[in-house]
Design a protein around this ligand. Structure first.
Ligand SMILES: Cc1cc2nc3c(=O)[nH]c(=O)nc-3n(C[C@H](O)[C@H](O)[C@H](O)COP(=O)(O)OP(=O)(O)OC[C@H]3O[C@@H](n4cnc5c(N)ncnc54)[C@H](O)[C@@H]3O)c2cc1C
Ligand SMILES: NC(=O)c1ccc[n+]([C@@H]2O[C@H](COP(=O)([O-])OP(=O)(O)OC[C@H]3O[C@@H](n4cnc5c(N)ncnc54)[C@H](OP(=O)(O)O)[C@@H]3O)[C@@H](O)[C@H]2O)c1
Length: 444
């Protein structure tokens, strides 16, 4: 765009990065998106459950429109930091006046429990990437047995349960929830997808077991039970005999098993509920017991990637406590906690700013607000001359150091090839499962 005044790199082509890019372009910036994955969309492409065709197509249409904007360039298959051929400094030294980091939450939250590394223990993100066919996860073998304990009570737990109940059709799925039934974070709508598989006898017994603890915390156990039961009449007709049950007030303390035979159980500590800061917290009672399981999946949220080139504190990238360009009172400027100073010209948005928080709409708003913060900053800087030349030079240098950069025209070829495959196979959609197949389809 000949009249762009500024040049910004956006790292990450998920919802936060894409919606931020549109806002930045509308604000007069020339934008280059660098994305690790070949395809844009992040977790909208590789996290949202595969059979939500309508939602995924709707988002893909919006992302296509954003990428069609002339002020936005897209380079997929380019990892920044994290072992990639390019680091933040390269971008800042190449003329980009600001960098917006929208890389999502790519790190794993380890609880540092004994047995957490045993074969048969997984983290939900990898399983979700696997069934959504993100290379290389789509091709990896995950040995999932017949009795699977999932730790967590968010929508990701239910997505994984959905996969186990409706696709893998395992014998038993046990959701291990550290607080009580009134503190679960998943939505009724998601529960309806698996509610017909609820083991009603086990659910009843579990409510009898926890009722005194709920009562002592001033909670209504019947109200909690009804919230679960209400999801059954609207439940999706079952396709398996999988028994789905809940263990409330239970925190994992050890994964049982050995390296030869893998997992054989999850040792948990029973919890009670205590009021704290206007909410309810779990407190261990010291009583432990074992839940029989041959697979354990942690669905407890993720963290940011520690290999990225900004410092972390408590597994997070920090935003500056004293923002110079706040948006609605929120800081989007990256902060170095060791040096106690702002990382100049570097901004955060989406799940990179707040890991595992909210739906696509929340990531969109955060991306747009992050873009606003960048635009406020750019407004305090002299406009850049010769944006197009500087960008062109950077892009040709990038092409020298990177193989198979996926630009917008390659992306269009891939989309067309996948559309043709879907039509040929009479499928609602088709994805090439490996990078090599995608490269071939794009004519590399
Ligand atoms: C399993 C699951 C299911 C979900 N289902 C729904 C749903 O049904 N409905 C809903 O509204 N929301 C859903 N969400 C939430 C939604 O996906 C997120 O809110 C949203 O995707 C977060 O956007 P983001 O851009 O911050 O991060 P992400 O979507 O994670 O995007 C990050 C992008 O950064 C790129 N990247 C990472 N590291 C680098 C690097 N070093 N260099 C360059 N690029 C990099 C990645 O390739 C990716 O494209 C779901 C989330 C999960 C985990
Ligand atoms: N279909 C959808 O719309 C969909 C699908 C997937 C994800 N999403 C969204 O994506 C976001 C992330 O989802 P999420 O499920 O990963 O996160 P989440 O909603 O925050 O749930 C995380 C769960 O893990 C538990 N947990 C965290 N740390 C734990 C620990 N150390 N030990 C035991 N349990 C622990 C939490 O318990 P506490 O509550 O006690 O902390 C909570 O139950 C959410 O906003 C979600 O709504 C939406």
């Amino acid at each position: 765009m000949a009249d762009s005044k500024y040049m910004v790199a956006v790292i990450g082509g998920g919802p936060a990065g894409l919606y931020a890019s549109r806002k930045l372009a509308e604000g007069g910036a020339r934008v280059l998106i660098l994305n690790r994955d070949i395809k844009p969309g992040g977790l909208a492409e590789y996290g949202i459950y595969p059979d939500k065709f309508k939602m995924k197509q709707g988002l893909r249409n919006q992302f296509r429109q954003i990428l069609a904007l002339p002020g936005i360039d897209y380079f997929g298959n380019v990892t920044v930091c994290c072992g990639g051929n390019i680091v933040l400094e390269d971008l800042l030294e190449s003329g980009f006046q600001a960098v917006l980091v929208a890389t999502g939450a790519q790190g794993t939250k380890w609880l540092r429990l004994p047995g957490e590394n045993l074969p048969g223990v997984y983290h939900a993100k990898n399983i979700v990437y696997h069934y959504n066919l993100l290379p290389p996860f789509g091709q990896k073998k995950y040995l999932i047995g017949k009795r699977v304990a999932i730790v967590g009570a968010g929508n990701v737990m239910l997505d994984v349960a959905h996969y186990l109940v409706r696709d893998l059709k395992v014998d038993e799925v046990i959701a291990v929830v550290r607080r009580g039934p009134l503190e679960v974070k998943f939505t009724k709508k998601e529960m309806e997808l698996v509610s017909k598989n609820l083991d009603l006898a086990a659910l009843e017994a579990e409510f009898v077991r926890v009722a005194p603890i709920l009562m002592a915390a001033g909670q209504d156990s019947n109200l909690a039970k009804n919230a679960f039961l209400e999801t059954i009449p609207k439940g999706l007709p079952p396709v398996s005999d999988t028994c789905f049950r809940f263990e409330f007030l239970a925190s994992p303390v050890r994964v049982q098993g050995d390296w030869m035979n893998g997992v054989n159980g999850l040792k948990i500590e029973e919890n009670t509920l205590v009021a704290a800061d206007g909410s309810v917290k779990a407190r261990g009672t010291g009583n432990t017991r074992q839940i029989d399981a041959d697979t354990v999946i942690f669905a407890i949220g993720d963290t940011v990637d520690k290999d990225f080139c900004i410092p972390t504190y408590n597994d997070m990238y920090l935003a500056a406590p004293q923002a110079r360009f706040p948006v609605s009172g929120v800081s989007y400027e990256a902060y170095d906690p060791d040096a106690q100073r702002i990382v100049e010209r570097v901004f955060l948005a989406g799940w990179a700013r707040q890991a595992s928080t909210g739906l696509v709409g929340v990531a969109r708003r955060d991306g747009e607000n992050g873009a606003d913060a960048v635009l406020h900053y750019l407004g305090s800087q002299p406009p850049m001359r010769d944006v197009e030349n500087v960008l062109e030079k950077f892009e040709s240098r990038l092409e020298e150091t990177h193989q198979r950069i996926v630009n917008k025209s390659r992306l269009a070829k891939l989309e067309q090839a996948e559309k043709e495959q879907a039509e040929k196979r009479s499928l609602p959609e088709f994805k090439f499962p490996t990078n090599d197949e995608m490269f071939t389809a794009m004519g590399f």
